[in-house]
Structure formats: structure tokens, C-alpha cells
Ligand binder design. Structure first.
Ligand SMILES: Nc1ncnc2c1ncn2[C@@H]1O[C@H](COP(=O)(O)OP(=O)(O)O)[C@@H](O)[C@H]1O
Ligand SMILES: [Mg+2]
Length: 393
């Protein structure tokens, strides 16, 4: 099986729109792509978009803020810039000159890229990118995967502001341009990077990244190597039920491939069952974490999921909503501010809840909302006003 299905046309089209700015368009501020987890964003960025941008003459830098969730997002972004700088001797020489290193160089001490950074580093991110742009005479595209992670820390937010400064400078007529392409799995979170004037990417277009389609399913059916061919229509329907996650199809095919007693006539039906089992297993896994929560953590999660963008964790009405849920299962517990604070921290540690540095909370994975809803566990406004209508835990 060839490893990836390539979306060459989509990539070329997108690259074109990223690099050629239409008059009046805000896309020079950056482009934001949102799609649920495991639907192929990172794969597309690496396998299709990056080469397409390069083919159109851009210099592409890639920073994956999730490769190591513990790493400081600012450090990851700076590392991506430094590693590109290191590949251009001319740029390093420029930076050394501009920071007065000439004489020191003669003495045999070379310019260290460690000096490029945010506060503290004596070469700003902006001047580093300007030097890179001037030396290569190329438009720089910085791709930030899982960008919402950047606003979970102060230094990450600082890095975004530094990038905004760099972008304004590089997009002036004397340089060759800087574009920032950011992706994330949760639209609400990405929106925070661009919705308010104080945010670094105010006004940048937020686009739904298209999920893999029928052409992918066709490719999958051709490559899958099962004893009989699968029907594209049937697999397409299963793929939609699997929320367009390629791994669900892949794992189902594996299950069949290693079943040595499988009869050819049973293949279509067994494949369909295997996909449904994969979906089931992935839902169960998510709910398993939910069911291991304390009553208060669970109550907080349900209220947060129900309120969505309007969630205000410590308002009196919200505290009352937690308490109502608690009363049905743990009447001795109290939903007060310190307890709720603790519960939110625990939920963050379990990677269920995400917190922006300004104290805004959201579900880490937007699909959990749907899952809670299906399980009848979502707390909506009407249910909040009518505690007796609560499903039990
Ligand atoms: N175009 C594709 N062809 C084949 N498999 C793909 C494709 N895109 C994604 N996948 C598979 O789907 C899974 C999730 O992809 P990934 O790019 O990590 O998603 P995301 O970044 O949206 O979470 C990976 O196992 C990947 O191999
Ligand atoms: Mg990804």
C-alpha cells in the first residue's frame, strides 16, 4: 500500500492563494485551517502543502506545537526558525555583522544562533526572519501546526506577537513577504487567535480544511488488498460514519487481513462491521476517561461542554449548575471556586480541557461534545434551569 493519498490539486490551489495576495485581502495576516483531529491535516501540510509551496518558490518553515506537548510553544517556533537559519551561511553572517560580531569573529568566536529569540535574545525573531528573507529573496511561509497551543502560555503569545511584527515588516515592499499558516483541530480555539484586536492574527481568514473525500476512498479501495474488492459507495458511507478519519478504515482492513479464515464472500460485511467496531472502540476509549472523573470534575466538564463559548467557570449561575449536578450523586460535595479551580486543573491534566493563558476554557477535543450529547450527558441551558430533568450519572 502506498503510504499516502496525495491531494496535489488542493495543495497547489492553496499554495497559490497563500502566496498571491489579492488586493484588499487580509490573508497576508495569515491563514487558519481548522478540521477535527485525525482527519489528515498534518499529513497534508507535510506531504502536499509544503512541497506545493516550495514548487512555487517559497521558503517553508514548519513548527509542530504538538510534537512534544510539554515543550514551550515559543521554543518550538524559535527552533524552527533557527534550524532554517543554520542552513544559510549568508544569513548567519548578516546577523553576526548586524549585531556587531565582526571583530569577535576575527578572534575565532562565531555567531551563535542561540542569540536569536524573544526577550533576552539579542537578535529578535523579526530581524532573523528579515535577514532570511533578504538573503534568500524568497517569500517565507511559516506553518504552525496545532497553533492553538501557542496561546496556552505567555511566551507562546509573545512568540505570536513577535511573528506579527515580523510579518508587518516582511510584507512591506522592501522585503519578500512572510505568510503564517496555522492549523488546529478546534475552530473555537483557533478563532481566539484572530477574533480580537489585541490578538496577533486579527482578521486572518479562518477556513474549514476539507476532509478527505471520495477520491481518497477510491484510492483506499484500490490499495487495500483484500480477497475481494470493496465497493467505493459502501466504504464512502462508512468513512463518513467514521468522521472522515483514515485510521478507522486502515485498522478495519488490518483486522480482516490478519483473519486467515476469512471467506471472500464475507469480506464486504465483515469490513463494514470492523469499521463500526473501530468507531465504537474509539468512542468507548474517550468515554472511559470521562467515567473515571470525580463527580465534581464530571459536573464541570458537562457544564463546560454544554455552554461552549459562553462558558464562564466561576459565575454564580455556573457554580449553581455544577452544584445541581453534584446534588444528585454527591450531595456532600460543594462546588465552590477553589474546588472548581482544582477540578479544571485536573481536567486539563487529563487532556480533556484546554485553557488559554487569559483564563478561557474549552474542550480539548470538540468531538467530545458530540459524544456526551449522544450519551445524554450534555448539560444544556434548559436542563440547567430544570435540575429534575438531569440524566443521572
Ligand atoms: N492523505 C492521506 N492518505 C492516507 N492516510 C492519511 C492521509 N491523511 C491522513 N492519513 C492518516 O490519518 C491519520 C491522521 O492523520 P494526521 O495528518 O495526523 O491528522 P491530523 O493532523 O488532522 O490530526 C494518520 O495515521 C495518517 O497516516
Ligand atoms: Mg496533526
Amino acid at each position: 500500500m502506498k503510504n499516502f493519498f496525495h491531494r496535489t490539486r488542493l495543495a497547489a490551489d492553496m499554495a497559490d492563494k497563500i502566496l498571491q495576495i489579492a488586493p484588499g485581502s487580509a490573508s497576508s495576516s495569515g491563514l487558519f485551517l481548522a478540521a477535527p483531529r485525525r482527519t489528515g491535516k498534518s499529513t497534508f501540510l507535510r506531504e502536499d502543502l509544503r512541497p506545493a509551496l516550495q514548487a512555487q518558490g517559497a521558503l517553508v518553515l514548519y513548527a509542530d506545537l504538538w510534537a512534544n506537548r510539554k515543550a514551550d510553544p515559543a521554543v518550538v517556533i524559535i527552533a524552527a526558525v533557527r534550524s532554517e537559519l543554520a542552513q544559510h551561511e549568508g544569513v548567519v553572517a548578516r546577523l553576526a555583522r548586524s549585531s556587531g560580531m565582526d571583530k569577535v569573529n576575527v578572534g575565532g568566536i562565531s555567531f551563535s544562533l542561540d542569540r536569536v529569540g524573544l526577550a533576552g535574545g539579542d537578535v529578535s525573531l523579526s530581524s532573523a526572519l528579515v535577514a532570511l528573507s533578504d538573503e534568500t529573496e524568497k517569500t517565507i511561509v511559516l506553518i504552525i501546526d496545532e497553533a492553538q497551543h501557542a496561546i496556552t502560555s505567555e511566551s507562546g503569545s509573545d512568540a505570536l506577537f513577535a511573528l506579527k511584527a515580523a510579518r508587518d515588516e516582511l510584507n512591506s515592499s522592501s522585503h519578500h513577504g512572510l505568510r503564517v499558516v496555522a492549523t488546529g483541530s478546534n475552530q473555537d480555539k483557533l478563532a481566539m487567535l484572530r477574533n480580537s484586536k489585541e490578538q496577533a492574527f486579527f482578521g486572518a481568514p479562518l477556513v474549514k480544511f476539507p476532509t478527505l473525500g471520495k477520491d481518497y476512498v477510491q484510492w483506499f479501495c484500490e490499495q487495500v488488498r483484500l480477497p475481494v474488492a470493496l465497493s467505493v459507495e459502501a466504504v464512502e458511507a462508512l468513512f463518513a460514519r467514521a468522521s472522515f478519519r483514515p485510521e478507522m478504515l486502515g485498522a478495519a482492513a488490518d483486522a480482516l487481513r490478519f483473519d486467515f479464515e476469512l471467506l471472500p464472500e464475507d469480506v464486504p460485511q465483515r469490513f463494514s462491521r470492523a469499521v463500526l467496531e473501530q468507531i465504537e472502540a474509539s468512542n468507548a476509549e474517550q468515554l472511559r476517561v470521562v467515567h473515571s472523573l470525580t463527580p465534581l470534575q464530571f459536573a464541570v466538564l458537562r457544564v463546560l461542554a454544554g455552554k461552549g463559548q459562553n462558558y464562564a467557570p466561576f459565575e454564580t449561575a455556573t457554580l449553581r449548575a455544577y452544584q445541581r449536578l453534584l446534588d444528585t450523586v454527591a450531595p456532600d460535595s460543594t462546588a465552590d471556586v477553589p474546588n472548581v479551580q482544582q477540578a479544571l486543573t485536573a481536567l486539563q491534566e487529563k487532556a480533556l480541557v484546554w485553557r488559554a493563558s487569559r483564563g478561557i476554557y474549552a474542550l480539548e477535543d470538540a468531538s467530545l461534545r458530540e459524544l456526551l450529547e449522544q450519551a445524554g450527558l450534555l448539560v444544556d441551558e434548559t436542563a440547567m434551569a430544570n435540575a429534575s430533568g438531569q440524566p443521572s450519572i
